[in-house]
Design a protein around this ligand. Structure first.
Ligand code: CP
Length: 341
């Protein structure tokens, strides 16, 4: 007979997660989670102040500071608005693109970052096709790094400019936000949520201000576990039912470059999830329509809706400059003050 072995019983408690060392540089913005609600509020307030500032005064805020834009992926809105924002504050900018630099010859992200730092860059704005690239660059350079979109992960300044657009319609005149500012507001995000860094940053930001976020899309592009990514997130697969509940309708492009072999029946997709004028008039006649761009007219959204009175898509683009001025001012000034790095 085997001797009885008494197992040592330990409580099944999960050990606390280690505190993330990121960001190393207090000026960095890698994720919307780097900002407290108060930090979000300060950025929104500063964006409004900078937008209304005399251009000749604004021009001195970052006069002659050197900022590199490091872009491994195409961009129209983000790249242009960051560049205009930096220049509006008087900074010197340089663009390094993967298609016209030694990145094409195989130079790594780390070596590219160290090279930019050796050339005098004081901050780097990074767009990269790999999730987490901004963290790697920050760790390598210890410069303030601003994440302008990393793979399928995050796009924090897009979420901030989306928030500014939502507030201007639903909470006009408010200059500050807190945990209850968006109480009672439902923001629906529709389409390719799985591959969307815009969706992820909004899902991490909007519920912290009290909003309910309703995700809508087919199972291939919206897995069930998305509802567990943050409190305040729900899934409603019926597009019309979701529209009826939403004050804000955020449409997303299908990210063909990230589908990795996933086959979608596009006619079926359009029948179920395309935002048409008829659908909007029937189910959400007073909601605002957002889209981070680029929009694919005739796919996720019709031209009539994109150009229609409920569309705030170009307001989003416009808000990008003010938000990015505030983010870049924070990047350099907080970095100057020092801290974790
Ligand atoms: N919204 C957005 O990131 O657009 P771009 O890819 O044009 O920068």
């Amino acid at each position: 007979m085997n001797p009885v072995v008494h197992a040592i019983r330990r409580p099944l408690a999960t050990p606390p997660a280690p505190v993330s060392p990121f960001p190393y540089n207090p000026g960095s913005l890698l994720s919307v989670l780097d900002l407290s609600v108060d930090g979000v509020s300060q950025l929104l307030r500063r964006a409004a102040e900078l937008e209304n500032e005399d251009p000749l005064v604004r021009d001195r805020i970052l006069a002659k500071r050197r900022i590199a834009l490091l872009f491994y992926e195409s961009s129209t809105r983000t790249r242009t608005s960051f560049e205009l924002a930096c220049k509006a504050l008087g900074a010197d900018t340089t663009l390094v693109s993967s298609l016209s630099s030694s990145i094409e010859k195989g130079e790594s992200l780390k070596d590219t970052g160290l090279t930019l730092r050796a050339l005098g860059a004081e901050a780097i704005i990074l767009r990269h096709n790999s999730s987490g690239a901004a963290w790697l660059l920050e760790e390598s350079t210890r410069l303030p790094v601003v994440n302008a979109g990393d793979g399928m992960h995050e796009h924090p300044t897009q979420a901030l400019l989306d928030l500014r657009t939502i507030l201007s319609h639903l909470r006009p005149g408010i200059g500050e936000v807190d945990e209850k500012t968006l109480a009672g507001v439902t923001v629906m995000i529709v389409g390719d949520i799985l591959h969307s860094r815009v969706a992820r940053s909004n899902m991490l930001l909007l519920p912290r201000l009290g909003a309910r976020v309703l995700l809508c899309g087919p199972k291939e592009l919206l897995p069930e576990q998305a509802a567990r990514s943050s409190p305040g997130i729900e899934i409603e697969r019926d597009f019309d039912a979701a529209l009826q509940q939403s004050q804000v309708v955020m449409m997303l492009r299908i990210q063909a470059e990230r589908l990795a072999g996933l086959q979608l029946d596009l006619d079926e997709y359009k029948a179920s999830y395309q935002l048409t004028g008829q659908r909007l008039a029937a189910h959400a006649p007073t909601s605002i329509v957002l889209h981070p761009g680029p929009i694919i007219r005739g796919m996720e959204i019709t031209a009539g809706v994109a150009d229609g009175v409920q569309s705030a898509i170009l307001e989003q683009v416009h808000n990008g400059v003010a938000i990015r001025m505030a983010v870049m001012e924070r990047a350099l000034l907080e970095s100057d003050k020092g801290g974790r790095a």
